[in-house]
Design a protein around this ligand. Structure first.
Ligand SMILES: Nc1nc2c(ncn2[C@@H]2O[C@H](COP(=O)(O)OP(=O)(O)O)[C@@H](O)[C@H]2O)c(=O)[nH]1
Ligand SMILES: [Mg+2]
Length: 329
């Protein structure tokens, strides 16, 4: 299926702060010829923790380096760097654990595809907390689907809560050249979604992307509102919503992981749009998401314009962070 990518330099630029923590700064430990010792392992551990990849992942990586060092299989800092790189890639692509009854995993954390309806409009429901980057990420998706896949895209302004939200989506829709269904601020968000579904069907749209108000999992009435929107689209369009994308703000690191846990309990999240990966040193959070939630990260946001987006690809991610594998060079 479609895979969207910018140049590797663009991705590298966006990830440079995370890379600085994970790699460049680690590299400063990597004085040529520096040998591995316990203080070195301590410094590595601290760096990795700073990237917000999560304690369990850090323990595993540092543990692997320590084991190989004690066995005499690796000796110097460069070899340790190679282990970090390989471990990060292995963790990001690890198969999902099987279900308790031995069946297939309930969700495939490596399924990074965007799933389309076999016929009729595909509905993508977008959720997240205030300011996570939902509306901007919708602009990105609309841009990609229209320009890269030639889809007929409609957006739905179901964030009727925040002042200016309908207007903000309207501006993006106009700039990108996609249709929008909107009511006034304060309108019932499910009613807007209802109208959007009818319009998308009647007018033969390929994709309908539904913006929603920011909410916290603790706001029961707002979580119910979200499930109401989901139920409305499910009744109007078979199989909808085909994707429920949770937008997370990468700059919030471990907090983003917590939010995802809570949202995941309230609504069946099919994928994560990890926004604001540019300009944060907490890019290691993709590892936490993988390890703690196993919800696939499908897209990453790399800036504020609709073009600043790409599909998440673990190999590209690792290459952007650590450079090409020295063994393959
Ligand atoms: N640097 C950067 N900023 C982003 C990204 N995505 C969203 N933003 C900014 O985050 C802020 C909140 O975005 P918005 O889409 O309004 O969030 P919403 O409340 O979840 O709809 C805005 O200033 C956006 O420009 C991203 O990928 N990178
Ligand atoms: Mg918004």
């Amino acid at each position: 299926m479609a895979f969207f990518a910018k140049t590797l330099d663009k991705l590298k630029g966006a990830l440079r702060k995370t890379a600085a923590v994970l790699n460049t700064d680690v590299r400063t430990l990597f004085v040529p010829g520096r040998q591995i010792d316990e203080p070195f392992l301590g410094e590595i551990e601290e760096r990795l923790l700073q990237s917000d990849m999560g304690v369990a992942n850090v323990d595993r990586i540092v543990g692997t380096i320590r084991d190989r060092w004690r066995l005499g299989r690796i000796k110097n800092a460069d070899q340790a760097g190679q282990v970090i790189r390989d471990q990060v890639l292995a963790m990001l692509t690890a198969p999902s654990p099987p279900a308790a009854d031995g069946g297939p995993p309930p969700r495939d954390g490596n399924d990074r595809e965007l799933h389309f309806a076999p016929a009729g409009p595909t509905v993508i429901l977008v959720a997240g907390i205030n300011g996570a980057g939902k509306t901007t990420s919708i602009a990105k998706l609309a841009w990609l689907l229209k320009n890269e896949l030639g889809k007929k895209v409609m957006v739905c302004a179901s964030d009727t809560f925040r002042a200016g939200a309908v207007h903000q989506l309207g501006i993006w829709a106009e700039r990108i050249g996609v249709d929008i269904v909107r009511h006034k601020q304060g309108a019932d968000p499910a009613a807007v979604a209802y109208d959007a579904c009818e319009a998308a069907k009647a007018r033969g749209f390929d994709v309908l992307i539904v913006d929603t108000a920011g909410r916290l999992h603790t706001q029961d009435h707002l979580m119910r509102e979200l499930t109401k929107i989901r139920d409305v689209v499910a009744k109007r369009i078979p199989g909808a919503p085909h994707e429920v994308l949770l937008v997370l703000d990468a700059t919030t690191g471990q907090n983003a992981v917590l939010q995802a846990k809570h949202f995941g309990k309230a609504i069946d999240v099919t994928g994560i749009f990890l926004a604001k990966l540019d300009g944060t040193a907490k890019g290691g959070v993709v590892l936490s998401i993988k390890q703690q939630l196993d919800i696939p990260v499908k897209f990453i946001g790399l800036g504020e314009t609709p073009q600043d987006v790409e599909s998440f690809d673990p190999e590209r991610f690792v290459e952007a962070l650590f450079g090409a594998s020295p063994t393959s060079a």
